[in-house]
Write a protein of this length. Structure first.
Length: 221
């Protein structure tokens, strides 16, 4: 296999398993950084998204929302026995791939909106506040565009997604992500600043304070 072909295969596999990569990366960062917002987002992907998606599948369990089960339709590819084929139908109203992606971007979008609308301290530098709002607005725009682009790529490259299934995922799971962020705020993750830009609101009075640190006092022996 040539280098170009191997690279293409790697990109396709990464796109197919994108939700799993995101969930694993979120969990790793949540533990490594101790970020409560990321940890709650990880819990949402592990528990909330499968539950809501399964409930939607029970409501939309009609033949028109089914597709033949295969590697692309499954979030976690099946490993059939020798000689077996994928024949079991899979509900794509919505697919688990679109459900996780919509929930993820809904949560991130609400986080960016929360940072953008955050009321600055009276002593905060106006230039820093303007920079924070500009970055937040840029992230909001990029987040919306990425969601649209990924949805279109998923539909046209796989051939299994439907416009109705994609819209259902964006509306239901996207708003679920927004609601999950609101719940995270009540659990103490307010302004968790996943994007790391809320620090642009440091007040001038705070910045003038002399930095301090704790040190151990050595004792003579």
């Amino acid at each position: 296999m040539s280098l170009l072909a191997a690279t293409r295969m790697t990109i396709l596999l990464a796109f197919k398993t994108l939700p799993l990569l995101l969930i694993g990366f979120i969990g790793f960062l949540a533990i490594g950084l101790g970020n409560l917002g990321l940890f709650i987002l990880f819990i949402g992907h592990a528990l909330v998204v499968p539950t809501i998606t399964e409930l939607l599948h029970r409501v939309t369990g009609i033949s028109s929302s089914m597709t033949t089960s295969n590697d692309i339709a499954q979030l976690v590819p099946l490993v059939p026995s020798s000689g077996a084929s994928y024949t079991a139908p899979v509900n794509i109203m919505p697919s688990y791939w679109m459900a996780h992606i919509s929930f993820f971007f809904g949560y991130l979008l609400m986080n960016a909106v929360g940072i953008y609308t955050q009321v600055p301290d009276k002593t905060a530098d106006k230039n820093m506040v303007a920079s924070r709002m500009s970055r937040a607005s840029t992230i909001i725009t990029i987040t919306v565009l990425l969601l649209v682009v990924l949805s279109m790529m998923r539909m046209y490259t796989t051939g299994i997604e439907t416009p109705a299934g994609i819209m259902l995922a964006i509306v239901v799971l996207g708003f679920a992500g927004v609601g999950w962020y609101k719940l995270a705020e009540t659990c103490g993750a307010r302004n968790s600043d996943i994007f790391g830009i809320a620090t642009q609101m440091i007040s001038q009075e705070t910045s003038k304070n002399t930095p301090m640190t704790c040190v151990y006092k050595t004792t003579a022996r």
